[in-house]
Write a protein that binds this ligand. Structure first.
Ligand SMILES: [Zn+2]
Length: 197
C-alpha cells in the first residue's frame, strides 16, 4: 500500500503516515501526531496543552473523561465497578462490556468518541486521499461501538470520491503491532531522507 494513514487509539492517540510509498517524518521526526489535531476548539484540555484534540476523545483517557463528565465526577475520581479493572483503573474493556449490554452511558461515551474520530478521519481522507486508514491500539477493540457515529461524520464531511476509495480497517496485528514494528525497525533501520535544499 502506498498511501496509508495509521491511527493508534491507546492511552492517547498516535499516528503514522505513508504518502506515495514513503513514511513521512517531517523536519524533526515529529510528523504524524494525528492525535493532536483539534476536533473541538472548546473541548477539554489535552495533555499537550491545547483544547479539544482528537486524543481528548478517542483514547482511553478521552473515554474516561467522557464518562466522568456524564457521571458528574471530577477528573480522577473513583469510577463505578463495571468499568474498572481489578486494580481500580478505568477499563475500556469494561466499558465495552457495558456497551454490549446496552448500557446507555457506555454507548453515549463511545458515540461521542466516534463522532470526533469521524471528524478527524474525514480531514485525513481529504488531506491525504489514502487507500487505507488503519486503526490500531487497545481502544480499537471498541470500534464496533464507535463505527456508526464515526462513519456518519466521514460521509457528511469527506469528499465522496475520496472516502469511497478508502477502506477503514482495524490493524491486523492487533496488540502485537508495536512489538512487531519495533523488531522490523531493528532489522530494517529507516534511512532518513536528506532534506532537499
Ligand atoms: Zn493534544
Amino acid at each position: 500500500r502506498r498511501d496509508v494513514v495509521l491511527l493508534t487509539l491507546g492511552t492517547g492517540v498516535g499516528g503514522g503516515l505513508i504518502v506515495g510509498g514513503k513514511l513521512v517524518h517531517g523536519r524533526s521526526g515529529m510528523a504524524g501526531e494525528l492525535g493532536h489535531v483539534t476536533v473541538n476548539p472548546d473541548g477539554p484540555r489535552c495533555d499537550c496543552g491545547a483544547n479539544g484534540c482528537l486524543e481528548s476523545y478517542a483514547s482511553a483517557s478521552g473515554l474516561r473523561g467522557l464518562v466522568e463528565q456524564r457521571l458528574g465526577l471530577s477528573p480522577g475520581a473513583p469510577l463505578p465497578a463495571p468499568i474498572v479493572d481489578s486494580e481500580g483503573n478505568f477499563s475500556v474493556r469494561g466499558l465495552s462490556a457495558q456497551a454490549r449490554r446496552g448500557d446507555r452511558l457506555a454507548l453515549e461515551a463511545f458515540a461521542t468518541a466516534g463522532y470526533y474520530l469521524g471528524i478527524a478521519i474525514a480531514a485525513f481522507l481529504d488531506i491525504f486521499n489514502p487507500e487505507l486508514i488503519v486503526i490500531g491500539g487497545g481502544v480499537a477493540g471498541a470500534l464496533p461501538y464507535m463505527r456508526k457515529a464515526m462513519m456518519t461524520q466521514v460521509r457528511e464531511r469527506a469528499f465522496t470520491a475520496v472516502a469511497s476509495q478508502a477502506k477503514i480497517v482495524r490493524a491486523a496485528l492487533g496488540p502485537r503491532g508495536g512489538v512487531v514494528g519495533a523488531a522490523y525497525a531493528a532489522l530494517h533501520p529507516v534511512k532518513r531522507a536528506r532534506r532537499a535544499r
